[in-house]
Design a protein around this ligand. Structure first.
Ligand SMILES: Nc1nc2c(ncn2[C@@H]2O[C@H](COP(=O)(O)OP(=O)(O)OP(=O)(O)O)[C@@H](O)[C@H]2O)c(=O)[nH]1
Ligand SMILES: [Mg+2]
Length: 230
């Protein structure tokens, strides 16, 4: 995997307003926002993965996501300040119905997640890919496949070669990782940073787009406890 680097500046920012700015000072430059949606069956660990990347740790406990939560982290890549905005979507059909069109609007990249200890979540991947198709996602939008929970070694049901074949068929890179123990295999950090690097190099002129803040509930996240190389 290509190495990913970027300086962590801050985790979630709720507002773009410049409160506290000196009178007469120039307004801060707007940073580009990369909207990345994270999709997959319920319980595969989407909330934990996005929390790990944005808050720098594994959440103590999670509940099924209802609708969507979004988390942001500002990073600097090659001197440019970029906001990585992760849309942590609901895996349960009943909790996503009314939100699906928001997920796909102006999306820049998609992360498909399955649970390595649950073969059913792997078998659901074609239906998630189909949902993307139905929402007319452009072919050149980067997509990656993440097998989560690789820390549960004795319970693995999805062999790497099977997942790799699937990833190759759909022209996606595969990462096996753990939101809980990021020292296992690929770091969660590196996965999202690699995607951000890719977006930055592919979308040099992309404008920042504010999320649907009037429609989406924003949850604040705590700052990472440590500077984060998970
Ligand atoms: N061992 C282990 N458990 C994990 C990992 N990631 C998530 N979990 C656990 O898996 C369960 C589900 O995690 P969530 O992140 O809430 O799953 P989700 O995909 O967001 O589920 P929905 O919101 O219902 O779509 C929780 O009990 C987590 O603690 C991991 O990497 N390793
Ligand atoms: Mg969730």
């Amino acid at each position: 995997m290509a190495s990913a680097s970027g300086d962590v500046e801050s985790s979630l920012e709720l507002s773009l307003t410049g409160s506290g700015a000196l009178p007469g000072a120039l307004p801060p430059a707007r940073s580009r926002i990369f909207k990345i949606i994270v999709i997959g069956d319920s319980n595969v660990g989407k909330t934990c993965l996005t929390f790990r990347f944005c808050a720098g740790r594994f959440p103590q406990r999670t509940e099924a996501t209802i609708g969507v939560d979004f988390r942001e982290r500002a990073v600097t890549i090659d001197g440019e300040r970029i906001k990585i905005q992760l849309w942590d979507t609901a895996g349960q059909e009943r909790f996503r119905k009314s939100m699906v069109q928001h997920y796909y609007r102006n999306v820049h990249a998609v992360v498909f997640v399955y649970d390595m200890t649950n073969i059913a979540s792997f078998h659901s991947l074609p239906s998630w890919i189909e949902e993307c198709k139905q929402h007319l996602l452009a072919n050149d939008i980067p997509r990656i496949l993440v097998g989560n929970k690789c820390d549960l070694r004795s319970a693995i049901q999805v062999p790497t070669d099977l997942a790799q074949k699937f990833a190759d068929t759909h022209s996606m890179p595969l990462f096996e990782t753990s939101a809980k123990n990021p020292n296992d295999n690929d770091h969660v950090e590196a996965i999202f940073m690699t995607l951000a690097h890719k977006l930055k190099s592919h979308k040099p002129l992309m404008l920042s787009q504010p999320p649907d803040r009037d429609e989406i509930h924003i949850k604040p996240e705590p700052k990472p406890a440590t500077s984060c190389w998970c």
